[in-house]
Design a protein around this ligand. Structure first.
Ligand code: PLP
Length: 371
């Protein structure tokens, strides 16, 4: 078998992620690899931490990019905060809440589920009822931006309820960060994980996380050691915690250059301007789709601007449409997941992909393929 260098086709990525990566970020990634304990690299890590604190709107010292995809960020939160026997209230309104349940159970915890329909946000009243019925719960976990349905839940309200009942919160902000407000300090979010491949428009494979004081204290007071060596924050902090950096694992050096550049671009734009841009382009897409007679799954006040769950018109073979869009226009849209498979397209307008020309490309390409 003859094998040559891999040259990927140039696509426009308007699915659920990864999103288009800005050329500046790709260029940063191709700079020479240096040692992960090199003083120049360590100085870059210090800046990276500041940039992450800015995008998370937090002063949390325990803020870092975990080496691994969003799922490793998720596991880092759960393995450090859940101990065997702990009761955790998990809010599920899509695929990613289901993963939180699995995490709790794999940590030996007991998951109490608060269920909402796919396409609806987490209902604070249901959470409150679960908190009242389970006064021994220690944690509440929810997904701020459900990528499987295009729904945003009210992270501020859910965190406030959890705190009133002496619970800490674990928040999935993988699709939220950079596209919608994630105000970690103002909302008092205790442990938050995100991803780089959505609204930060960086390459996939890193998971920004941040832990507040209460979460750090809970980790310090654990009765049992964290069962994961790689994700045990007590050990990771030897490398990321500042001061004298000690070897923990070999950091993904070039991927961290990319994240540094992507976050620098968010800083240059201003994160609040980035939120407004996502909202603006979402409204343009929605208006164009409506003009074509295509509706949205989610009611207006709960819609995520960065992830549009769009109803497939009756009688249309949704997979064939996506295949044609890719083939003719190099345009990637996402399919529905789970119970929404075949019923929706997921159109991402994330990070660098959230641009007026992409809205236009998507609308004209869809119109052409749907005939
Ligand atoms: N959580 C949400 C809401 C996501 O959308 C994703 C990925 O799409 C993940 C978690 C997992 O992230 P990753 O695929 O980077 O592991």
């Amino acid at each position: 078998m003859e094998i040559q260098s891999f040259n990927p086709p140039v696509r426009t990525l308007m699915g659920p992620g990864p999103s288009d990566v800005h050329p500046r970020v790709l260029a940063a990634m191709s700079r020479p690899t240096i040692g992960h304990l090199d003083p120049a690299f360590v100085a870059m890590m210090d800046e990276l931490k500041v940039l992450l604190q800015e995008v998370f709107r937090t002063g949390n010292p325990l803020t870092l990019p975990v080496s691994g995809p969003g799922s490793v960020g998720m596991e880092t939160c759960f393995v450090n905060l859940v101990e065997p026997g702990d009761k955790v209230i998990v809010c599920r309104n899509g695929v990613f809440g289901g993963r939180m349940k699995e995490n709790v159970e794999r940590c030996g915890g007991q998951a109490v589920m608060v269920e909402d329909a796919w396409g609806e946000p987490v209902d604070p009243e249901k959470l409150e009822a679960a908190l009242k019925a389970n006064p021994d719960a220690r944690l509440v976990a929810f997904v701020q931006a459900e990528t499987s349905t295009g729904v945003e839940s009210d992270a501020r309200a859910l965190a406030e309820l959890a705190h009133r009942h002496d619970c800490l919160v674990i928040v999935d902000a993988v699709t939220a960060l950079g596209g919608s407000p994630v105000l970690v300090d103002e909302w008092g979010l205790d442990a938050v994980y995100a991803g780089t491949q959505k609204c930060l428009s960086c390459t996939p494979g890193l998971a920004p996380v941040t832990f507040g004081e209460r979460a750090v204290e809970a980790i310090r007071l654990r009765r049992t050691p964290v069962q994961s060596w790689f994700m045990d924050l007590n050990l990771v902090m030897g490398y990321w915690g500042g001061g004298k950096r000690a070897y923990h694992h070999t950091a993904p050096v070039n991927a961290l250059y990319a994240l540094h550049e992507a976050l620098l671009m968010v800083r240059e734009e201003g994160v609040a301007n980035a939120w407004a841009r996502h909202r603006h382009n979402h409204e343009a897409l929605r208006a164009g789709l409506e003009a074509m007679g295509i509706g949205m799954l989610v009611r207006p006040e709960a819609r995520l601007p960065q992830l549009n769950a769009v109803l497939v018109p009756d009688g249309v073979d949704e997979a064939a449409v996506r295949a044609r869009l890719l083939e003719r226009f190099n345009l990637e849209l996402g399919a529905g997941l789970g119970e929404l498979a075949g019923k929706v397209w997921r159109i991402g307008l994330m990070g660098y992909a959230s641009r007026p020309e992409n809205v236009y490309t998507c609308l004209t390409a869809l119109e052409s393929v749907l005939g």
